[in-house]
Design a protein. Structure first.
Length: 253
């Protein structure tokens, strides 16, 4: 049976602000991960109603169970914000593996029963999982600079998120509803691997949104045009950095 989970992540920002914040955080994460060989090479970044936006990457959570030399993942993304969809597959593993993430961004407090308009069958399979970005147990390695309980935005005055009921009282407020469907049709490994991948996705979502909040002063006030320029600059830097790493490895060999 395919494992289906709906993660609900409440954020101290508006739906419109989150669009900018997410793009900013992804660009920053892409640059930071490239040094370890896990950066994102953006082939196309286009609207949902146009051609697909595609990228190739090797996230550490997926590389953990792949054989050496199989480090190529394909990620197709459709972006029609506030609705987004990503599908991750592996040419090495083939049709037995797929991770689908469907996201809806809503201006609420995580209390919309069916934000993604799921049919009765999927609703019957769905497990709801609320993620509290202030809970340090949600992540692996703790960083003080990425702790929402300590961060206060100079530009907005938001934070620190110290109240036990902050998700009920913070203003502004929005929720990311992320439906993650994991398929790993390998007899003997399916249940364990699907659970493992879901746990890795959960940790990744928690860490990403902690960083997003603690970067508020970085993205707040940016326009979509400024974000696109930042993405282009990041893509160029990624290519340069990868070329340097490749040249270094070639010289070493």
């Amino acid at each position: 049976m395919v494992l289906v989970k709906e993660y609900r992540i409440i954020n101290n920002c508006t739906v419109d602000e989150y669009r900018i914040a997410q793009l900013y955080a992804v660009a920053k994460m892409s640059m930071n991960e490239t040094g370890s060989g896990e950066g994102v090479e953006v082939i196309a970044n286009e609207p949902y109603d146009n051609e697909k936006g595609k990228g190739h990457r090797v996230p550490s959570w997926i590389a953990a169970f792949l054989p050496k030399g199989a480090f190529e993942m394909h990620e197709e993304a459709w972006n029609a914000y506030p609705h987004c969809l990503t599908v991750m597959t592996s040419p090495f593993i083939g049709s037995i593996f797929k991770v689908v993430t469907e996201t809806m961004h809503v201006g609420d407090r995580g209390d919309t029963e069916n934000a993604l308009n799921l049919d009765a069958k999927v609703l019957g399979q769905r497990v709801i999982d609320d993620i509290d970005v202030t809970n340090d147990k949600e992540i692996g390695a703790y960083k003080e600079s990425e702790d929402p309980k300590l961060y206060k935005s100079a530009k907005t005055g938001r934070g620190p998120l110290t109240a036990e009921d902050w998700r009920k009282t913070c203003d502004p407020c929005m929720t990311c509803y992320k439906l993650v469907t994991v398929e790993f049709s390998w007899w003997g490994f399916q249940t364990a691997m699907e659970r493992y991948i879901q746990s890795m996705m959960r940790g990744m979502f928690a860490l990403f949104h902690r960083q997003l909040f603690c970067d508020t002063d970085g993205w707040y006030g940016m326009t979509i045009e400024e974000l696109r320029a930042m993405e282009d600059e990041t893509a160029k830097k990624l290519i340069d950095k990868r070329n340097q790493e490749l040249a270094s490895k070639t010289e070493f060999n």
